[in-house]
Design a protein around this ligand. Structure first.
Ligand SMILES: Cc1cc2nc3c(=O)[nH]c(=O)nc-3n(C[C@H](O)[C@H](O)[C@H](O)COP(=O)(O)O)c2cc1C
Length: 520
């Protein structure tokens, strides 16, 4: 085993929460150094984007069936694409505190993900190719460079690139050493938010697999001196090609060569002071490595129930802070719609995560522990490794009852004692094939596993919203307490994200303000 892969396993084990010890963090909220959730570049040309509230968008259930015509690439469509993915969806206010919520869910609402866009020459943006940062607060592009390149000449008309990156410090501030996990989950949420927003425009998203992190850093200029202070650096996550086509061949070498070596603008500072965590530096370095190497797969379209206009749905998605235990029950149809919505691969590569579900209140299903396979190949290993007493009764294709019981108390205690895990209709853990994946595909795979789980989370939020129920991501869970419950005592499978779905109780002491009222 190489040192890098060892570093991944060490980080993962050291950042587990357990009843005896939570992963190391500051232990209190240092409000004076809370990082700004909005990055902005001083000296970059601002290109305001026209708000898209009045655009008509297709009903949500139609965006998945590949038949929507592709919108032309214009400043208006770019604007809608970002507004309904990473843009502000609402402001909340309690007394003098006011905070923005976005279309993409984010751990602690700390918003570590940043997005960059590379465009061909486009009216109102640039007569040349351009690279910009998306600034959600002002809903503007911050142009970092214009450049001439033939890169787009061989691509389908209407194609462009989007890069996602993370500012780990934003999560480190609150979560200490476990922060890298949250950043990677958030990147998965941001990815799925962008993908859904692209689908609303009839566009397809392709994850570019054969790019190493060092090349992404060069393209987005993260390696340029004075771009930002080192404590607030960004590391690259993924590069996406967005176009009317599902898949096209592209080589980034021309782009890499044609980009200038120094971009405009330097980032405003996010915090007055910072904490350094050696473990975070190590995991960033260890996972900064290879390209994605997994096998590609085709996904099947999933039928859905009729629903709201898609823009309303993405703006309406919110996390439940409290679930109503007296009205938790959902129908079997709602339950299977939710599960089916995340069954197929979302990124075009083979699935690793399966869902282990604590079913509390689903009509037609007995309370108990269930398994939904997202990768059929895992069944025999899971049967071999999990508790011998589990019955593995197949209720539907790829959906198994493991044990009948009331798991509400266990679901709550595994979720760091959060009531939301017990008071909804069901909760779940995303159980990923782990050690073999990292050994086979390398250290980079650690991030990818979280991206897959984050994307499942974002999709479950949207699907729950479409069904008129609520959801919340659960990043705070006791890793090995969950594994022990399942009888797993090695790291062949690990749970990387938890989730709960039910009916929310809305806190009406909070005032809700319109998303872009501050720009009026
Ligand atoms: C990766 C991740 C982990 C989260 N973990 C928790 C959690 O453990 N408990 C909780 O109440 N909310 C959790 N949340 C929900 C966030 O707090 C919520 O997304 C954020 O406050 C923004 O609110 P919104 O989702 O309504 O936009 C998590 C969200 C994400 C994306």
């Amino acid at each position: 085993m190489t040192n890098t892969i060892n570093d991944i396993f060490t980080y993962h084990n050291e950042t587990k929460h357990s009843q005896q010890r939570y992963a190391r963090s500051l232990g209190y909220m240092d409000w004076a150094t809370q990082p700004d959730p909005f990055r902005s570049y001083k000296g970059a040309t601002q290109v305001p984007l026209p708000l898209s509230f009045n655009n008509t968008t297709a009903p949500y259930h139609l965006i998945f069936d590949d038949e929507l015509p592709a919108a032309p690439l214009l400043i208006q469509s770019i604007s809608q694409f970002f507004q309904f993915s990473l843009g502000i969806a609402a402001w909340k206010q309690a007394d003098s505190n006011k905070w923005a919520l976005r279309c993409n869910a984010s751990s602690g609402n700390l918003q570590p993900s940043e997005a960059y866009i590379i465009l061909p020459p486009l009216d109102k943006i640039s007569t040349q190719c351009s690279l910009s940062h998306y600034a959600p607060k002002t809903h503007a592009l911050e142009k970092l460079c214009d450049f001439d390149s033939s890169f787009f000449d061989n691509l389908e008309k209407g194609s462009f690139l989007v890069g996602l990156s993370s500012i780990t410090w934003r999560e480190v501030w609150k979560y200490g050493e476990r922060a890298f996990r949250y950043c990677s989950l958030d990147a998965g949420h941001a990815f799925r938010a962008l993908q859904v927003s692209a689908m609303i425009l009839g566009w397809k998203v392709q994850v570019i697999s054969d790019t190493k992190d060092a090349q992404l850093s060069q393209i987005f200029g993260f390696d340029q001196a004075n771009r930002y202070i080192k404590e607030e650096a960004e590391y690259p996550d993924m590069l996406l090609s967005i176009s009317p086509l599902k898949k096209q061949e592209l080589s980034l070498d021309t782009l890499s060569q044609d980009l200038p070596t120094k971009y405009e603008g330097s980032a405003y500072i996010l915090s007055r002071s910072h904490q350094a965590w050696e473990m975070i530096e190590k995991i960033e370095k260890a996972s900064f490595s290879d390209a994605i190497q997994r096998e590609e797969v085709q996904s099947l379209p999933v039928p859905r129930l009729a629903s709201l206009e898609s823009k309303e749905l993405v703006l309406k998605r919110r996390s439940a802070q409290m679930m109503n235990p007296n009205n938790a029950s959902i129908s079997g149809e709602q339950f299977y719609t939710l599960l089916n919505s995340v069954k197929e691969s979302m990124d075009g590569f083979e699935n690793s995560a399966n869902l282990v579900l604590f079913v509390h209140e689903v009509q037609g299903l007995e309370k108990g522990l269930y398994l939904m396979l997202r990768n059929k190949k895992h069944l025999s290993s899971l049967k071999r490794l999990m508790r011998k007493s589990f019955v593995f009764e197949e209720i539907r294709e790829d959906f198994y009852l493991l044990e009948k019981d009331d798991f509400r108390a266990r679901s709550k205690s595994i979720s760091c004692n959060q009531d939301i895990a017990a008071e909804g209709a069901f909760s779940l853990g995303m159980l990923c094939e782990f050690s073999a994946q990292i050994q086979e595909f390398g250290a980079h795979r650690y991030k990818e596993l979280y991206w897959e789980c984050g994307a499942i989370g974002q999709q479950l939020y949207l699907e729950a919203t479409a069904l008129g129920i609520s959801a919340t991501g659960i990043g705070c869970y006791l890793d090995d307490a969950f594994h022990n419950l399942l009888g797993l005592d090695s790291n062949q499978f690990q749970s990387l994200y938890h989730f709960t779905i039910g009916r929310a109780i809305v806190d009406d002491r909070l005032m809700t303000l319109e998303p872009y009222h501050h720009l009026d």
